[in-house]
Every structure is written in C-alpha cells, then in structure tokens.
Design a protein around this ligand. Structure first.
Ligand code: SF4
Length: 157
C-alpha cells in the first residue's frame, strides 16, 4: 500500500505519532499516523501537491480552478502567498536535508531512519510543528523505532 505525503507532513506526522491522536484535528494526520504505526512497510511517496492528509482536511474545498497545491480543490493556505512561500521554502529545506526530491518513494521504516538521521531540531521548521512540537517529534521517533523493532523481531526466523 502506498500513501502520498508533502515534505512537511513527512516530518510533521512524527509529532502526531509522539503525541497520540489529537481530538477534532482538522485534517487526516491522526489516521495517517495510525497507518504508519501499523505497517513499517507502508510506502510513502513524497509530493508537493495535495496528499493523503489533505484528502481528509476540512479546509479543502472543491474548486474547478484548482490551486497551487493541485487540480480540482483549493484551501485557505493555497490562497495566502506568504504561506505558499513559507511552505515551499520549508519543503525545499526538508528535501535537501533528507537528500531526496518529490517523487521519492520510501518504506515507512526507511523514511523514519532517514528523518531521524538528518533532522534533529524542528525549531526552524514551523510547518512541521516548530519548537513547541520538539518533544512530540522526538517521542514519535522513539515510539516508531520501538514498533519497528518489535515488528523485525516477529519476522526473524
Ligand atoms: S489546509 Fe490545505 S495544505 Fe493544509 S492540510 Fe488542509 S488541504 Fe492540505
């Protein structure tokens, strides 16, 4: 199974894994965090367009003109040039730090180690969560590593 994630969602989803589900959250981050926890082989395709988290977002609306994030839909963030610029810059920074580009496909466990190896401080990544989410980000890495260790142990001959 494959999901699509935007670069700042690739990092930000770890804060949801660290915090646990957040009540009444406006997009699909809780559900995607659960999918990633349940399947270390889940494929994650990196995209700069609307992704699987956006697909469940209450702020995404039908729009025949589409928007900078893709066709057929728009959302308030796409209509704010400052946010578009900020998101594009953070996405570029994340992709450069990970040494990948949009279109890359990684299994969840490969993606986890790539992020853990290359990004340790999310203070300069406001869309990932920023300084307030640093604790959840670190916990998310720990929690997911533990899940992956159990999964590898169960698969060992
Ligand atoms: S606000 Fe827009 S970019 Fe953000 S999650 Fe919702 S649909 Fe996606």
């Amino acid at each position: 199974m494959r999901i699509k994630l935007r670069p700042y969602h690739v990092t930000g989803i770890l804060t949801f894994i660290g915090s646990g589900p957040r009540r009444n959250h406006f997009n699909g981050a809780n559900e995607i965090a659960e999918k990633i926890k349940q399947n270390p082989e889940l494929e994650i395709e990196v995209t700069d367009r609307f992704d699987d988290i956006c697909a469940q977002c209450r702020r995404r609306v039908r729009d025949e003109n589409g928007c900078v994030w893709g066709p057929d839909y728009s959302c308030d963030s796409a209509r704010d040039p400052d946010i578009v610029e900020q998101v594009a810059a953070e996405n570029r920074k994340i992709l450069d730090a990970l040494g990948i580009d949009c279109g890359a496909v990684l299994q969840a466990r490969e993606w986890l180690e790539l992020v853990a190896r290359n990004i340790d401080d999310i203070g300069d990544y406001p869309n990932t969560g920023g300084r307030d989410e640093q604790g959840n980000f670190e916990k998310g890495i720990e929690v997911l590593r533990e899940i992956h260790r159990d999964w590898m142990a169960r698969r060992a001959p």
